[in-house]
Write a protein that binds this ligand. Structure first.
Ligand SMILES: C[S@@+](CC[C@H](N)C(=O)[O-])C[C@H]1O[C@@H](n2cnc3c(N)ncnc32)[C@H](O)[C@@H]1O
Length: 230
């Protein structure tokens, strides 16, 4: 798969998109998010939720739940908690839960995914859809998801990862200074999320359209080591 795992000219964490930048960006996006991004991201989102539904365990955390586009697709047996930094995005998710009577959604909370208020091992599964390239520090996100999921549980990510070369690589590199305006990092690489040498990726699958997005599943490793490394 043509995913760039190196990030030779960048240090963690990135400074260009901090928590206030995320809130600003998604305050602007909230009203049009579903219309602009809902369609192109739908196959990846459906695939990630199908994987969550297939996995054992009912306690599910959706990180960066946004307007709640995924929420209607979780099986009724799951118990889903969604968190997000953006009040405006969460308001739309809450409206969806009310309008569609989504009993599987047991909580929505305004919370920073890099500093979650949940206890260790509180969930069986954590999933972040199109969120890892938005958070200011994706390694910190990964460590926190690992902490709140029980050992042996599952961490899932569906995201766009930067190309290695070619026209897409050029476009992503050229767009990277616009992260604050866009609300995500166009040049986000897999290595920005996890250390490929230290973390075993159980499954990696390209998702439509044209493999633009990738679904990744990681069996939750021991959290303390990850937190120390973050
Ligand atoms: C591109 S949207 C994806 C929304 C949703 N997952 C979807 O599939 O449509 C990214 C979301 O991540 C949220 N987000 C970014 N950084 C976050 C953080 N540190 N903690 C919680 N949510 C965050 C944003 O507010 C935004 O709603």
């Amino acid at each position: 798969m043509n995913i760039r795992t190196d990030a030779p000219d960048r240090q963690h964490p990135r400074a260009s998109l901090d928590a206030e930048g995320v809130r600003d960006a998604y305050r602007r996006w909230a009203g049009v998010y579903d219309a602009v991004f809902g369609g192109v991201s739908a196959p990846g989102r459906r695939r990630a939720v199908a994987e969550v539904n297939r996995l054992p365990g009912t306690r599910v955390l959706e990180v960066g739940v946004g307007t709640g586009l995924a929420l209607p697709h979780y099986r009724r047996e799951k118990r889903v908690v969604g968190i997000d930094l953006s009040r405006e995005m969460l308001d739309r998710a809450a409206e969806r839960v009310r309008a569609e009577h989504l009993g599987q959604v047991v909580g929505l909370a305004e919370m920073d995914a890099e500093r979650m208020a949940f206890a260790d091992d509180a969930f069986d599964i954590a999933v972040a859809m199109f969120t890892a390239s938005v958070v200011p520090d994706a390694r910190r996100l990964f460590a926190e998801m690992s902490r709140v999921v029980r050992p042996g549980g599952d961490l899932l990510f569906v995201n766009h990862f930067a190309a290695e070369a070619g026209p897409r690589w050029w476009v992503e590199r050229t767009m990277s200074p616009l992260a604050r305006l866009l609300g995500w990092h166009p040049d986000f690489a897999l290595r920005d999320l996890l250390d490929p040498e230290a973390t075993r990726v159980e499954a990696m699958e390209a998702c439509p359209p044209v493999g633009l997005f990738t679904l990744i599943r990681v069996r939750n490793p021991a959290a303390p080591a990850l937190l120390a490394a973050a």
